[in-house]
Design a protein around this ligand. Structure first.
Ligand SMILES: [Ca+2]
Ligand SMILES: [Ca+2]
Length: 302
């Protein structure tokens, strides 16, 4: 039999280098994954904390934060602020939560909406027009006018609500907000005529249901808005199947029905299999190979 040009010590050196490279790759993949999560990570949840003084109309209309956690085959969402899940009444008009949108497209929100690329979660059904659940191929529309609200985002800001962390820590400035919600031409020249607050599902296909989560379930899952001193009088939680939504980096966003406050969060839904799991498999395989060589050295294997 032809003798290998590599001695056993050569093989061990090559394997050590390979293991080192695989470990570096694992670290790199993990670091990249963390960078894609732009929110503030704490105890497994990804948080975006909103301004505490930008709820037009007072504390009931103020959103304090949003948090999202991916766990197993589920996605958990929590919202906190002054608005109850069932909404409130203002001058005989009912006002509640708008829908939660997920945008994986990399496009601005308005373009993603016009091309039906949004996902959305309706977690409160106030009028029976659309049942709660997860929707895909979504277009969005504004219902602010019929809910005593601002007919444009520019009008909301003109009223004095441009605060630090205006849509949370991920869309912290006025310009970041305009850049995200509208095409460049509008973002560079926003007016009260070209900045509609698109806050509920206009059309889409329902692909899954949601489960509402109580306070105890959220606490058990590790939710803690108090860590950021951001616990509102109302905290709402729900979960849905990860399979019903897209994968990759996203921006999640929502407004109240009146547009009196809004918040956004940058995050990532990991695809399956996870890259880190693949890297782990490489390390396991290499480690197994090293054991086999050691056994050969000891004469355990032929
Ligand atoms: Ca707020
Ligand atoms: Ca806000």
């Amino acid at each position: 039999m032809a003798k290998s040009i590599f001695t056993t010590s050569h093989k061990m050196r090559i394997l050590k280098n390979f293991i080192y490279t695989a470990a570096v790759t694992l670290c790199f993949l993990s670091c990249v994954g963390q960078k894609a999560n732009a929110g503030q990570l704490y105890n497994g949840w990804n948080y975006s904390i909103d301004a505490f003084d930008d709820g037009s109309g007072g504390a009931v209309y103020d959103i304090k934060g949003i948090a999202i956690k991916e766990s197993g085959d589920k996605v958990y969402v929590a919202l906190t602020g002054g608005m109850p899940l069932n909404g409130t009444m203002h001058d005989s008009v009912h006002i509640g939560w708008g829908d939660l949108f997920f945008n994986f497209s990399g496009q601005n929100f308005q373009t993603a909406s016009q091309t039906g690329q949004l996902f959305a979660v309706k977690f409160a059904d106030y009028d029976g027009s659309l049942s709660t659940g997860v929707y895909q191929k979504v277009t969005a529309k504004s219902v602010t006018a019929e809910h005593d609200g601002y007919t444009s985002l520019k009008a909301y800001y003109n009223a004095g609500f441009n605060k630090s962390n205006t849509q949370g820590t991920d869309l912290a400035t006025l310009q970041q907000v305009y850049n995200y919600y509208y095409p460049t031409a509008i973002a560079q020249n926003p007016t009260t005529n070209n900045t509609p607050i698109l806050n509920v599902i206009a059309s889409g296909t329902k692909v899954g249901n949601i489960s509402l989560l109580g306070a105890n379930e959220l606490t058990t899952a590790g939710l803690d808005f108090g860590h950021f001193s951001a616990a509102g009088s109302q905290t709402i939680g729900f979960a849905f199947d990860k399979a019903s939504i897209g994968t990759g980096s996203y921006i999640a966003s929502l407004y109240l029905e009146c547009g009196n406050d809004g918040v956004a969060l940058k995050g990532e839904i990991k695809s399956t299999p996870e890259p880190t799991a693949t890297a782990g498999l490489v390390i396991f395989t290499v480690g197994f190979g090293a054991v086999q060589i050691r056994k050969r050295q000891k004469g355990v294997l032929a």
